[in-house]
Design a protein around this ligand. Structure first.
Ligand code: AMP
Ligand code: MG
Length: 344
C-alpha cells in the first residue's frame, strides 16, 4: 500500500514537473508599449522569466525615452534646452551618442533634434496639422544634432539652444530590441523573436533549426500582405515607410518621417526602406536615414557599411536590394504590382 502511494506521488511529481518544464520552454506574449504592439516568442528553459524581464525592460526604456510622457528623461532634456545640462541615465546617453553617430554618417538625414518639427506637424498625436511655411523655416533653425553636447564621463547632456528638442522615435525601439536580445542571452535562451511594431530582432534560429522568415510588408496593402521575405538568424530587420503613420489632405500623403533639411515629410521617392543589420539600434537609425536619403544615396550609404544590407521600395513600385542580399531576399509579391530589379 505504502509503495503504491510513493509511486503515485513520484508519478504525479514527474507529470507536474514535465508540464512545468514544458510551460517554461516556450513562451509568447503581446503587449502595447512604446506606442506600438510588441510581440515576443521565446524558446528554451526559463522562457517565461526571460520574456517577462524583457517586457519590463521595454517599459523602462519607454518611460525614459518617450518625449510625450511627462517626467521622462527625454522631456527633461528638452525642457532644459538652452538653459542647463542635466544628468541622464546610461540608456538615453547611449542612444543619444548612437544617434549622433548615424546623423553624422547620413549627413543629417537622420537627426533626433527634429523634435520641434515633429511637434509642429502633430506627428505621434491624433492632431496632425500642416504648419505654415514660416513656422517650418523658424523651427528648421533649431534642428542640428551637433547641438547635443554629451559629457559621458559625468553622465550629463545639454541641448545648446532654447527651444531645441530631441525626439527618439526613430531609434528607441531599436535600442529596446537590442536590450531584449541581451536579456534573452543572459537567461541562456538560444532561440527568440521580438517584434516592436515592425522592428524585428531574432536570436539564433527557430527552435526547429530553420531560419526565421521575416516578411517585408507591401507598403500599399493591408497589414500582413508581403512583397518578399528575408531568412535570418541573429539579426535585426527594421523598416521605415510612408505607410506606417500618415494623414492625407487634398490627395497628398503626409507621413511621419521628416527631411531635417526641408522640415517637410521626406519626398525621396521611396515608400519603404528596410535595413538588415546585427544591431537593431543601427538598423532603426539607418532605416529612417535611408528612407530620407532615397534610393541612390541610400544604397551608397548602406554599401559603405560593413554587415549592413537593405531593401528599397520605390514609389513606382520597384524593389531594389543591396549586393549582400541577392540570395537572402526572396521576392514574393502577392499583389503582382511590384517589380524586383535584381541587380543594379
Ligand atoms: P522610424 O519609423 O523609425 O523611421 O521613425 C520615425 C519617427 O522618428 C517619427 O515618428 C518621428 O518621431 C521621428 N523622426 C521623423 N523624422 C526623423 C528624422 N529625419 N530623423 C530622426 N527622427 C525622425
Ligand atoms: Mg528608425
Amino acid at each position: 500500500m505504502k509503495k503504491i502511494a510513493v509511486a503515485a506521488i513520484v508519478i504525479a511529481v514527474l507529470i507536474f514537473g514535465a508540464f512545468w518544464l514544458k510551460s517554461d520552454k516556450h513562451f509568447e506574449q503581446q503587449s502595447f508599449l512604446m506606442g506600438t504592439v510588441i510581440s515576443e516568442k521565446v524558446y528554451g528553459y526559463n522562457a517565461r522569466k526571460a520574456s517577462a524581464e524583457a517586457m519590463a525592460r521595454i517599459g523602462e526604456i519607454e518611460n525614459t525615452m518617450t518625449v510625450n510622457a511627462q517626467g521622462s528623461q527625454a522631456e527633461a532634456l528638452n525642457e532644459a534646452s538652452g538653459k542647463k545640462s542635466i544628468r541622464l541615465d546610461g540608456d538615453i546617453i547611449e542612444v543619444l551618442e548612437t544617434a549622433k553617430k548615424y546623423s553624422s554618417i547620413s549627413g543629417g538625414a537622420f537627426d533626433v533634434t527634429v523634435g520641434p518639427l515633429v511637434k509642429a506637424w502633430g506627428i505621434s498625436t491624433e492632431h496632425f496639422k500642416i504648419p505654415e511655411k514660416e513656422e517650418i523655416d523658424e523651427l528648421l533653425s533649431l534642428v542640428n544634432y551637433n547641438d547635443i553636447y554629451i559629457d559621458s564621463n559625468n553622465g550629463t547632456v545639454r541641448l545648446a539652444r532654447e527651444g531645441q528638442a530631441v525626439d527618439l522615435g526613430a531609434i528607441a525601439k531599436g535600442y529596446a530590441a537590442d536590450q531584449t536580445i541581451e536579456i534573452y542571452k543572459r537567461w541562456g535562451i538560444k532561440s527568440a523573436y521580438i517584434n516592436l511594431g515592425g522592428n524585428v530582432s531574432v536570436l539564433g534560429k527557430k527552435p526547429d533549426g530553420t531560419l526565421w522568415r521575416i516578411g517585408i510588408q507591401n507598403p500599399r496593402a493591408a497589414n500582413g500582405k508581403i512583397v518578399g521575405v528575408i531568412n535570418i538568424q541573429d539579426k535585426s530587420v527594421v523598416t521605415s515607410g510612408d505607410y506606417e503613420r500618415f494623414s492625407e489632405k487634398d490627395n497628398v500623403r503626409y507621413h511621419h518621417i521628416l527631411d531635417p533639411h526641408t522640415g517637410y515629410p521626406s519626398g525621396s521617392g521611396l515608400m519603404g526602406a528596410t535595413i538588415l543589420a546585427d544591431s537593431s539600434v543601427a538598423a532603426d537609425a539607418l532605416s529612417t536615414a535611408v528612407f530620407v536619403l532615397g534610393l541612390e544615396k541610400g544604397i551608397e550609404l548602406v554599401e559603405s557599411l560593413e554587415g549592413v544590407e537593405a531593401v528599397f521600395i520605390t514609389e513606382d513600385k520597384r524593389i531594389y536590394t543591396t549586393s549582400g542580399l541577392k540570395d537572402e531576399f526572396i521576392f514574393d509579391d502577392e499583389s503582382k504590382e511590384f517589380q524586383y530589379v535584381q541587380k543594379r
